[in-house]
Design a protein around this ligand. Structure first.
Ligand SMILES: [Zn+2]
Length: 166
């Protein structure tokens, strides 16, 4: 069981009241600051962008993705892989600072049976909290505690900026 299954609840509408934007690739659109998509950019480096997830499974759910459109981790260069590793650690530090989660799930959905819904390569960073609802509770229609992605973006953007000033 993976959190992707939760997307079937159409949380996009739940959270934002909007339907999926009509763009070729939503992550490229975010990278290009396309006005048709919700701009949830938290932090940007030379090759990557950290974004709040418009379909958060949990408070603080982030995506890290390359600015260039690639669809496999096998297409990452060594330098990109190294940058991504550092950025993953930085994102977890920022999330710890802002939300104090008890743990993280970090990973990719790869291949047709993985539940992947966006082809553009992206790494999920999902903070986990000791008192969150279990998966079955959520399936059973219990109230989801989801922070608005724009609020998440603002909080985490500030935390990233503070770190990168020093
Ligand atoms: Zn793309």
């Amino acid at each position: 069981m993976h959190y992707n299954n939760l997307f079937s609840f159409n949380k996009l509408e739940y959270v934002t009241g909007k339907k999926k934007p009509d763009v070729k690739c939503i992550l490229c659109a975010i990278a290009e600051k396309d006005e048709r998509v919700a701009l949830l950019e938290v932090h940007r480096t030379a090759c990557f962008l950290v974004s709040a997830n418009l379909y958060p499974f949990n408070v603080g759910h982030l995506l890290i993705f390359p600015l260039r459109h690639i669809e496999s981790i096998k297409q990452l260069s060594g330098a990109e892989a190294l940058e991504l590793h550092g950025l993953t650690n930085e994102a977890m530090d920022v999330l710890s600072e802002v939300y104090s989660p008890g743990g993280f799930n970090v990973g990719y959905n790869i291949g047709a049976c993985s539940g992947a819904s966006i082809e553009h390569l992206h790494l999920h960073i999902v903070p986990r909290y000791s008192r969150e609802l279990g998966f079955i509770d959520i399936l059973g229609g219990a109230k989801l505690v989801v922070e608005h992605p724009e609020t998440t973006t603002k909080k985490l953007n500030e935390a990233f900026q503070k770190r990168n000033l020093t």
